[in-house]
Every structure is written in structure tokens, then in C-alpha cells.
Design a protein around this ligand. Structure first.
Ligand code: DGY
Length: 326
């Protein structure tokens, strides 16, 4: 692609420098130098002005935004594996192709889930705060006892790529028993290789698990999947881990369960009203709170950028982008 014929691509947030440089080389790219979050008006204008949009998972490309007239954008290359930020039906109706960035963030997100699981079970966040506060008076046999992880039962909600990577870590690293529930399970050979055991319904999975880790997409069907009724099915010694999407959990119900001690704790990377975090959670020692760090390594953010670039490149050269989701 050369000169004046280069497609115009609008990028909504700062990306790693190597990715921005490559975008500038290949496209007539408009970058976001001050990294401000785009307003609805800016997103709508971008669809009027650019051939391609490269948004991130926090840009809400709603049906209203997609109603932009005249619509110039032909492809939305989302920077992220999740694409619940985009109204896919509206994109399809307007003939806009949508792509995502799968595979490249699988390991990092699985690491994030394991990090939360270990931190919450072994009181890592609390212990860190304790030392920093100068409150530590020394080792003693009864100080800050947590929950043993090795050999415990992990229940995976969904068994997609990230959940499978979590299963391998849990099984091989910690000798955990791995259960899963997935309405669209992978082939039996994949399940057998993981040594994971299926549970036909989510309630059973939740009842039997010491740790419940969420790995389903955010859809109307999965909204508040972990509601008050299901949280009440968890063992009072169990922990909830969420690296998926905030609205899979009813945050108010989670807070109530933690306050009533019908649940031992939670490790959260995502929130229902992100970036807002319910104030009650901030006061709880048995909750680990991370700022949506799942894919946040230098290597992976570059790889995600390259994947978005690859999708744009394929689309504008007339080929089928490999990560097309709409
Ligand atoms: C994604 O890609 O969907 C992640 O949530 C970003 O870390």
C-alpha cells in the first residue's frame, strides 16, 4: 500500500511504539498522542472519516455510534480478544467487518487468573499491605494463615483457550483437580488431554469447586451469571476469580456474599462498572483487586497490535482477515 492510496486508519488509544510506527508506515494512521478516551462524538466522527478503526476493549461502539452517516469505515479491528464493546449485530447490519486479537494473550490472561487465585488464597495482597504499613512484628505459627492451593478443586466456567491454559497451569503446577462447565465444550480429545472433568450444569460446578474461575464471554446470556443464588451455592471456604468481564458477576451480590462470609474471598481483574470499583470492595482484605491487567505485558501488547495490523492489512489488500468475528 503506498502514497495517497493508503487507507485512513484511526487508532483510539496509545499503542506500543513499535506498533504505532508500523501503523504509520502502512496506513494513513491517525494516532491518539495524549491517550485520552474517545467520546461518543469522536467515535462517531471516526466512523465518518476513517476507512478502518482500531479501537480497544473500552471503546463502546454501540448501534448509535454505528449509525454514523455517511459511514466510511469498512473494518473495525478491535485491539483485544473480547469484543463485547462492539454491537456486532449493528456492525453486520451496516456491512462493517469486525476482527479481534485471539491467541496472543492467552498465556498472560491465564497467568493473571493464577496470580489472583494465589494472591487471594495465600493473602498476598493483605500481606504486602501489612509489611508496607510497618505492622509486621515477625514470623509466628499462627500469623496470616491462608488457604492451601495444591490439590484443591478448580471449577472453570467456560473451557475456551484461556480456561485451557489455566487448567494446564492448575493441573501441572499445583496438582489441582480441574472441573469445567461449557455449553459449547471443545472436542473430547482436548478435554482428555487437559485431564479436566465436565459438569453438565453450572450449579453443580459451583457447588463442588474450591475456586471458581470465570472464562466465558460477556453476552446477554452470561450477564450476572454469578448472581446471588449461584454465589450462595459456593462453599463458604471457596474463592471467585474473574479475569473475564465484570458484568458476568452481579457485583452487589458478590459484596453481600463476602459481607455475609458465605464466600471466602474473590480475585478480580474486571468490574461491572469498570473503571469504577464498588467502594465496599476497596475495604475488604479478602479481595484482591487488579486494574484489568490480563494482557498487560509488553510482549503481549505488541503481539496484540501486530494481530490488529495483520487484520487491517489483510482486509485492505482484499484478503479475508483471519480473526473476523463479524
Ligand atoms: C481482552 O483482550 O479482551 C482483554 O480483556 C484485554 O486485556
Amino acid at each position: 500500500m503506498s502514497g495517497a492510496a493508503r487507507p485512513r486508519v484511526i487508532v483510539t488509544r496509545r499503542l506500543p511504539a513499535a506498533v504505532e510506527d508500523q501503523l504509520k508506515r502502512e496506513f494513513d494512521a491517525q494516532l491518539n498522542a495524549d491517550d485520552h478516551p474517545f467520546t461518543v462524538a469522536e467515535l462517531t466522527n471516526a466512523l465518518r472519516e476513517a476507512d478502518g478503526l482500531l479501537p480497544t476493549v473500552t471503546d463502546r461502539i454501540t448501534a448509535d455510534v454505528l449509525a454514523a452517516e455517511p459511514l466510511r469505515t469498512k473494518i473495525i479491528a478491535n485491539f483485544g480478544v473480547g469484543f463485547n464493546n462492539i454491537d456486532i449485530a449493528a456492525a453486520k447490519a451496516r456491512g462493517v467487518v469486525v476482527t479481534n486479537t485471539p491467541d496472543v494473550l492467552t498465556d498472560d490472561t491465564a497467568d493473571d487468573a493464577i496470580m489472583l487465585l494465589l494472591m487471594v488464597a495465600r493473602r498476598g495482597g493483605e500481606g504486602e499491605r501489612h509489611v508496607r504499613a510497618g505492622a509486621w512484628t515477625g514470623w509466628r505459627p499462627t500469623h496470616m494463615l491462608g488457604t492451601k492451593v495444591s490439590g484443591k478443586t478448580l471449577g472453570l466456567v467456560g473451557l475456551g483457550r484461556i480456561a485451557r491454559a489455566v487448567a494446564r497451569r492448575a493441573k501441572q503446577g499445583f496438582g489441582m483437580r480441574v472441573l469445567f462447565h461449557d455449553p459449547y465444550p471443545p472436542p473430547a480429545a482436548v478435554v482428555a488431554e487437559l485431564g479436566a472433568e465436565a459438569r453438565a450444569d453450572l450449579d453443580t460446578l459451583v457447588r463442588e469447586s474450591d475456586f471458581v474461575s470465570l472464562h466465558c464471554p460477556a453476552t446477554p446470556e452470561t450477564r450476572h451469571l454469578m448472581n446471588a443464588r449461584r454465589l450462595a451455592l459456593m462453599k463458604p471456604t471457596a474463592f471467585l476469580i474473574n479475569t473475564a468481564r465484570g458484568d458476568v458477576v452481579d457485583e452487589a451480590a458478590l459484596i453481600a456474599a463476602l459481607q455475609a462470609a458465605t464466600l471466602a474471598g474473590a480475585g478480580l481483574d474486571v468490574y461491572e462498572r469498570e473503571p469504577a470499583v464498588s467502594p465496599a470492595l476497596l475495604t475488604m482484605e479478602n479481595v484482591v483487586l487488579l486494574p484489568h491487567l490480563g494482557s498487560a505485558t509488553r510482549e503481549t501488547r505488541v503481539a496484540m497490535g501486530e494481530r490488529s495490523l495483520e487484520n487491517l492489512r489483510a482486509f485492505f489488500s482484499g484478503a479475508a482477515p483471519r480473526d473476523r468475528v463479524a
